[in-house]
Design a protein around this ligand. Structure first.
Ligand code: TYD
Length: 203
């Protein structure tokens, strides 16, 4: 089963992944954890180019192609082989992030993006997507109070992050059978328990 965790910045995806992996392992599942951009040695090199605060002049089209390059490598090197071996793959961000950030956030042509994402993933879609939903303002505030490392993507304007959030909600409404929306503006233990109970039902 291929599960992705998505959502605006500051929704606590990493915290939830940290809680979820041992919880699933305790239930007896063989879990592979990964993240985007990155997840492979080549992907990690691409990630540092994308995140670098020195690269402020990066054009959104260049940004997309870098995200897609990292993803293509991750799908072939890690995700497909792990799924073929019967493991659960848990991925922190995937193609929906590109649609939300580059499509809805930057306003790039979403039909074109769909074609590009299909090319990058070889058509591999998640079985289940957990959307940790939080308002742009609350999410960015949380990143600041947690002293999370501030990267080039965080530096986009608040309105950009609002478009991202609304984009996610729209995508979830279009594919209700794949998405589960979780209110992420709550204590982390509460969110964790909700995710585990949903996953127990689905796996
Ligand atoms: P990261 O530090 O991994 O943040 P988070 O913990 O919120 O996932 O940074 C990833 C950033 O890159 C985040 O702002 C979302 C953005 N992003 C895109 O814009 N498009 C994409 O396709 C992906 C995968 C991420």
């Amino acid at each position: 089963m291929f599960i992705t965790i998505e959502g605006p910045d500051g929704g606590g995806k990493t915290t939830q992944m940290n809680l979820l992996v041992p919880a699933l392992e305790k239930l007896g599942f063989d879990v592979v954890r990964t993240r985007e951009p990155g997840g492979t040695p080549i992907g990690d090199q691409i990630r540092s180019v994308i995140m670098d605060m020195k690269n402020k002049s990066m054009h959104p089209r260049a940004e997309i192609l870098l995200f897609c390059a990292s993803r293509a490598q991750l799908v072939e090197e890690l995700i497909r082989p792990s799924l073929a071996a019967g493991k659960i793959v848990l991925c922190d961000r995937y193609a929906d992030s590109t649609m939300a950030y580059q499509g809805y956030g930057h306003g790039l042509d979403r039909d074109l993006l769909k074609t590009l994402l299909n090319f990058a993933t070889g058509g591999l879609k998640p079985d289940l997507t957990i959307l940790l939903d939080i308002s742009a303002e609350a999410g960015l505030r949380r990143r600041i109070t947690n002293h999370d490392e501030w990267n080039r993507m965080d530096d986009y304007a608040l309105q950009f992050h609002e478009r991202v959030r609304n984009g996610y909600l729209k995508m979830a409404a279009e594919e209700p059978e794949r998405f589960v929306i979780i209110n992420a503006d709550r204590p982390k233990e509460e969110i964790h328990e909700e995710i585990v109970s949903i996953l127990r039902g689905k796996i």
